[in-house]
Ligand binder design. Structure first.
Ligand SMILES: NC(=O)c1ccc[n+]([C@@H]2O[C@H](COP(=O)([O-])OP(=O)(O)OC[C@H]3O[C@@H](n4cnc5c(N)ncnc54)[C@H](O)[C@@H]3O)[C@@H](O)[C@H]2O)c1
Length: 201
């Protein structure tokens, strides 16, 4: 019996079978979890194809974390497929090219804003959007990168990752109020070492 037997988990950020989230979803299923994925924009059809390569093909919900309508429809769609969830994996990040690669001093605010909204603010958007389908004990996990140091080409994505860490801490603090709903919630960010970093994440 796997350690996630009977758990239901929403996994975001699966784009290809090289996506970290793909392997999280695969392992979660191997450990007995029921998984649902989200897919974004033009990548949605790719995510749908990749979902079929998991040990147990699973549904894919369309979600652009900057789209209020998608966020509002998320919980009802989760409810339809899984009822409620026990975990969320936030594996979403994006920065425009101008915000990476050594251009730190010249990046326009709009591009910085995009990086921070998609990569950090989205943790709040996603977590709040799912609150109504939380099971009695929920874990939210974000994928982090060392926010304590400045790396030469990570630039505004590095700033967005530091914001993701801070967002995690603030959400944990806000969750104290949510605990009064008799739900226990854990928030963790997982520091990853650089593996194969797509240019935009
Ligand atoms: N690859 C690494 O070495 C590394 C290191 C540290 C942290 N991370 C983090 O791990 C996570 C996954 O990255 P990855 O390396 O698997 O890359 P990836 O490109 O496969 O994953 C990024 C995902 O973000 C999604 N996304 C982008 N904009 C979105 C939006 N507006 N709405 C919804 N989804 C959106 C993409 O569709 C994609 O699925 C990211 O948070 C990344 O910063 C990766």
């Amino acid at each position: 019996m796997g350690i996630l037997e009977g758990k239901k988990i929403l996994v975001t950020g699966v784009l290809t079978d090289a996506s970290i989230a793909f392997h999280i979803a695969r392992l979660a299923q191997e450990q007995g979890a029921e998984v649902i994925l989200t897919g974004f924009g033009r990548g949605l059809s790719l995510t749908t194809r990749i979902a079929a390569r998991l040990p147990h093909p699973c549904p894919v919900i369309e979600l652009d974390v900057t789209n209020e309508e998608h966020l509002q429809k998320l919980a009802p769609q989760i409810k339809e497929h899984l009822g409620q969830i026990d975990g969320i994996v936030h594996a979403i990040a994006f920065a425009p090219e101008t915000a990476l690669g050594g251009n730190f001093l010249n990046t326009e605010w709009q591009d910085v804003a995009t990086a921070v909204q998609v990569s950090a603010f989205s943790l709040k958007s996603l977590t709040v959007a799912c609150k109504s389908v939380f099971g009695p004990s929920v874990s939210v996990v974000g994928l982090d990168f060392d926010g304590q140091q400045a790396f030469p080409i990570y630039d505004w994505m590095g700033v967005a990752k530091a914001a993701l860490e801070a967002t995690m801490r603030y959400l944990a603090e806000k969750y104290r109020d949510w605990e009064t709903d008799r739900k226990s919630t854990r928030l963790n960010s997982s520091h990853l070492k650089l593996s194969r970093m797509p240019s935009s994440a």
